[in-house]
Design a protein around this ligand. Structure first.
Ligand SMILES: *Cc1c(COP(=O)(O)O)cnc(C)c1O
Length: 401
């Protein structure tokens, strides 16, 4: 089936939770209740004529799992429905979702504007790989709308960002930026990894493309690597799907199954992550060892009102500055016994990271200072453990400091 025939199982009249559980599954004659995993690389045709009709695109249907697989399609339809998109294309990773978006839609000589506060590997992709193809990027301050507008040139085709940012949880007004993008004939792409459609739906706010690393909250339990791009049939169904079909960074059927089962509990998990993170952020603000806490759910967050307007909750990611520097930061991290020392996020297990020496370690001290990443900064991706156990784990570390 081509991307265009994707709506035959649409349950768009239902609420978010219902669609998250039921959208996209076309039950086979076996009558299975849970979605099947189609582990097959190719499909059989009833005749040479049918094979020819499938290949020419005359007849919809499966051909080869690089670009047509029923399990992957179920995941795509379910996520498209949750993001309010016409179309979704699943990819092998979050990075390949970003790559497919840029290479599927832009060409040599085009220009893009990106937030400076994006996933580190995305910065490397834009500077080292996309730039090599003659597609140049200008980086701007995420929340500074006039900087975005000033950076737009006649060749600009795409604006790219993450909101809230990682690790400092800075936001941008998606509606206001969408207006700027459209005034200049540009597409706005939002990497919605941290909020997921359970908390924020950028397309409804005017964005054109939503990108995901499904590896994070969509999986939710740290098992598989995957990604997705959501948008219109014209943009995503043609340009991005066309790139994926030929270049081949395809999601596997097994991973698609894990992710589509993840979507069934996404809203519940995001609400739980958010509730624990808010309580932890408020508690951290009261600790004498802590200088400052970054979390959009705090009334002390400078963009708390914007977060309330464009998100339905505040997510599981927070960071805080310890009084002191690298030594105190490392001491705190090393004293924890429950939290996992890893840079991953979106897992049921809480993780703790020292950004200055890990995710942002390749930046110069000046670049780090400019990005607001101090040596005492700690990032926590709050999991689903008991809040009292997380607090006790951190307290042990802080009292040592
Ligand atoms: C992890 C991440 C990516 C990259 O995704 P992979 O699945 O690791 O390729 C992209 N954007 C954000 C915001 C991420 O956190």
């Amino acid at each position: 089936m081509s991307k265009k025939e994707n709506d035959d199982t649409s349950r768009s009249e239902f609420g978010f939770a219902t669609r998250a559980v039921r959208e996209g599954h076309l039950r086979t004659p076996e009558g299975e209740h849970s979605e099947p995993i189609f582990l097959t690389s190719s499909y059989v045709f009833s005749s040479a004529a049918e094979a020819a009709a499938r290949f020419s695109g005359e007849q919809p249907g499966n051909i080869y799992s690089r670009f047509t697989n029923p399990t992957v399609r179920t995941f795509e339809q379910r996520l498209a429905s949750l993001e309010g998109a016409e179309c979704c294309v699943a990819t092998a990773s979050g990075m390949s979702a970003i790559t497919a978006t840029i290479l599927g839609l832009l060409q040599t000589g085009d220009h893009l504007v990106s937030s400076r506060s994006i996933f580190g590997t995305t910065t490397v992709l834009l500077n080292n790989i996309v730039a090599k193809l003659g597609i140049e990027t200008t980086f701007v301050e995420l929340s500074d709308l006039s900087a975005w507008e000033k950076a737009i040139k006649p060749e600009t085709k795409l604006l790219f960002l993450e909101t809230p940012s990682n690790p400092l949880t800075e936001l941008v007004d998606i509606s206001a930026l969408a207006e700027i993008a459209h005034k200049h004939g540009c597409l706005l792409a939002v990497d919605n990894c941290f909020c997921t459609p359970a908390l924020q739906q950028p397309l409804a706010l005017g964005a054109d493309i939503v990108i995901h690393s499904a590896t994070k909250y969509i999986d939710g339990q740290g098992r598989c690597v995957g990604g997705a791009v959501c948008g219109t049939k014209d943009v995503v169904g043609e340009g991005v799907y066309g790139f994926l079909r030929t270049a081949g960074p395809t999601m596997s059927a097994f991973n698609a199954w894990v992710f589509l089962k993840g979507l069934e509990t996404l809203e519940l998990r995001m609400k739980a992550h958010s509730a624990i993170a808010l309580e932890l952020a408020q508690w951290l603000e009261q600790q004498p060892e802590v200088e400052k806490v970054y979390y959009p759910g705090l009334t002390s967050h400078p963009q708390h009102e914007l977060a309330k307007k464009q998100q339905s909750d505040f997510g599981g990611l927070l960071s805080f500055e310890l009084k002191g520097g690298k030594q105190e930061g490392w001491q705190l991290i090393d004293a924890t016994r429950l939290l996992s020392i890893t840079a991953n996020l979106g897992d049921a297990k809480s993780t703790i990271t020292h950004p200055a020496t890990t995710t942002h370690g390749r930046l110069s001290p000046e670049q780090r200072a400019e990005a607001g990443i101090s040596d005492g900064l700690i990032r926590i991706a709050v999991g689903l453990e008991n809040i009292e156990d997380i607090k006790a784990d951190l307290l042990r570390g802080m009292r040592q400091v």
